[in-house]
Design a protein around this ligand. Sequence first.
Ligand code: NAI
Length: 257
Amino acid sequence: MGVYAVTGSASGMGAAVAERLRADGHRVIGVDRADADVVADLSTPDGRSAAAREVLTTAGDRLDGAVMAAGMGPTPGKIATVAQVNVLGVTDLLTAWLPALQATRGKAVVFGSNSSTTTPFVPRGATRRLVAGDVAGAIRILRRIPPLAPVTTYAASKVAVTQWVRTHATSPEWAGAGVCLNVICPGAVETPLLQGQLDGATGGHVRRFPIPIRRFGTASEIAEWVLLMLSPAADTMVGSVVTVDGGTDAWFRARDW
Ligand code: NAI
């Protein structure tokens, strides 16, 4: 049985993944702001480095897998925090955990979003800066586009983590060392994050977003995909972006291939 780090383990899809891994007999080290094995605030550099260190100590420097589900939705007034959590909360921790993943030839799954392919006019200058870890530089660009800044920042954060995965996954340190790194892109999934969007100012927009299967996904459905991406079935899956969104991305971009 393996040892897995799961960020965002206290709620939604991270909780569903943690529960599913534990049900299979694995040991899970959950990371979240509360109700977790490792309590840390991933929006700050200190919180990220404490979380990275504590997980490594708890895991004995060997991780069979890491699932990066901690994240915030579009949040007015908090666009810098969203960028810190959604981008650096993934990239800083995975960078710190890479040797522990190499020790087992493990796997990592990062939560992207179908908003990374379905949100128009995401400034490339901002995503480039986020991929490079320059959150302040990205925010200077994103602040120029109110009132859409929260939605665009969220999409930019998900474009950035996806690009970070695809540029690192194929490197000697990741694929070359036997560590598979991939992205899962859910569409709208019934979790507290989605409920917050439905209850907020963008609720109408979220409800009108086309979903060909005519329903939201569930956290346990997405957890099944993540488990598959952590399993031996994914031994040759590297830098892949797995969209599981009820058809929204295909609806918008049928010929964009
Ligand atoms: P959720 O809100 O249910 O869970 C997210 C978890 O991240 C929470 O437990 C929260 O405490 C944690 N978190 C947030 N900020 C943190 C911080 N500063 N430090 C430590 N932990 C923090 O959300 P959900 O829906 O399960 O989201 C999981 C991932 O999936 C996120 O990355 C989200 O962006 C992504 N996603 C969600 C979609 C949805 O419709 N629910 C759609 C597409 C992607």
